[in-house]
Ligand binder design. Structure first.
Ligand code: ZN
Length: 453
């Protein structure tokens, strides 16, 4: 093409085409960026605690549905909490966790809502959105089935539910089970796993309220000819690893400085955690992550990387429940499930526990066999929402043996931590909890809670 021979209209056309190309690139970049984004909301009042984490998908319609769902549930909860606050003196609790994953061309978003409004237990509510990433259309369980096999799936499911009843010593109610499995809407909460398909029926759907969630797992070999082969063959890529090498630092080089342990709760996070990990070497820093079991699979790459670099990985329990509101069995489940999921990524079970809100009773400490690590420098980063204020707080309160509490799911927290490191680097060495204990020559006791060293 000879540019000199282009007419003015030709120039304008060329210009327009260039603009369109640039716009397409920007839109594509935006979509890629959105893929890892999530929304966090955290709020604490005298009446309730609210902690919501949910993803932004590439599907605008589904994002809107997720937002609307959360908004209505949140409103409902706040009304209940406010009404009760005049009569009951208990802090209510509302949280939303999620899991997002793809199988072939299909994206799954699984929200799990927990609320505590008195009584002995948290209430759980599951909600699943599934969409085809190629067409952007929502799909349901029949999408995964061979033609006309839904009735076969129903029959197998009914058998499995009966088995579940028997195991739990409930009297089988055939009518109830049939009613609760009659349409595909009853099969809205399911998960295609390594060797089974897990289907969850909410309380009251296939049995009495007291049964709670009925969760059945149908082995994949029973589903041959029912589920499409492509989804039966699906295998999770992240297999439990036997052992992953972890870098260890020469601690003698850190001896001459004061020691400060930065600790990050509520992750692992996405971009924010990546940013933190990218910048640690700059300050010769290693830190500690107290991660939530429910988030490990969503961000296993960052967790693995953090571990390999030599950062300490501790547990912040699975669902961020207030352990005071659970019975002992539930408390231990929160702890062991987290240890298991962390070990499936790092190959090593954590030994340090940071209970949400610092709440843990001696019996859980004793029976879990974990060491309780709390903090003595609370940045209140989630309230400040400002990197400079967070950094100032750390610098002002830093002392030898101190433990700083932060959250790596917020950008302002990561920025604040890095700024503080910049200001403190000549005076302090930034160490993990493991390194701190070794350098201070401490032996931990299971029943104690450690605020500093
Ligand atoms: Zn927390």
């Amino acid at each position: 093409m000879n540019l000199k021979k282009l007419s003015p209209i030709g120039y304008w056309l060329l210009f327009a085409i260039l603009i369109i190309i640039v716009m397409i690139i920007l839109v594509v970049q935006d979509i890629l960026k959105r893929n890892v984004e999530e929304i966090h909301e955290i709020k604490e009042t005298p009446t309730y605690v609210l902690k919501i984490d949910y993803p932004i998908t590439n599907n605008k319609k589904i994002n809107k549905e997720i937002e609307d769902y959360i908004e209505s549930k949140k409103k409902e909860f706040i009304v209940t909490a406010d009404e009760a606050s005049s009569t009951i003196n208990a802090q209510y609790d509302f949280k939303i966790n999620y899991e997002m994953y793809s199988i072939e061309n299909v994206e799954f978003v699984h929200l799990i809502l927990y609320s505590f409004t008195g009584g002995a237990h948290y209430n759980q509510e599951d909600k699943v959105w599934i969409y085809d990433k190629d067409t952007n259309k929502k799909v349901d369980i029949t999408y995964f089935l061979e033609d006309d096999t839904f009735s076969k799936l129903q029959t197998i499911t009914i058998d499995e539910i009966k088995k579940y009843y028997k195991e739990k010593d409930y009297v089988i109610d055939e009518e109830w089970i049939k009613e609760g499995t009659k349409s595909k809407e009853n099969f809205s909460i399911f998960k295609i796993k390594e060797d089974n398909v897990e289907i969850t029926f909410p309380p009251y759907e296939v049995g009495p309220w007291s049964m709670g969630n009925v969760v059945i797992q149908i082995p994949k070999d029973k589903l041959i000819g029912i589920i499409k082969p492509i989804y039966l063959q699906y295998e999770q890529i992240d297999q439990p690893s036997i052992s992953i090498p972890q870098e260890k630092r020469d601690l003698s080089t850190l001896k001459d400085k004061k020691l400060l342990a930065f600790t990050f709760d509520d992750g692992p996070g996405g971009k924010t955690t990546t940013k933190l990990l990218d910048n640690l070497d700059q300050y010769n820093a290693r830190v500690t992550f107290f991660v939530l079991g429910s988030r490990v699979n969503n961000f296993s790459n960052n967790l693995k990387r953090a571990y390999e670099m030599g950062n300490t990985i501790g547990s912040h329990t699975y669902n961020h429940f207030n352990l005071y509101k659970l019975d002992l069995e539930e408390q231990l489940k929160e702890i062991t499930n987290t240890n298991d999921v962390i070990a499936s990524v790092t190959g090593k079970k954590p030994i340090y526990l940071r209970p949400p809100y610092g709440n843990i009773k001696n019996e859980a400490k004793e029976q879990s066999g974990m060491y309780t690590i709390l903090w003595d420098i609370d940045t209140e980063d989630w309230r400040k929402k400002n990197a400079d204020k967070i950094a100032d707080h750390i610098v002002k309160h830093a002392h030898d043996g101190g433990i700083v509490l932060l959250h790596d799911i917020y950008e302002y927290s990561v920025d604040g931590a890095l700024k503080a490191m910049e200001m403190l680097k000549d005076e302090y060495a930034f160490v993990t909890i493991d390194e701190m204990i070794e350098l201070k020559g401490k032996t931990l006791e299971p029943l104690k809670s450690y605020y500093s060293f």
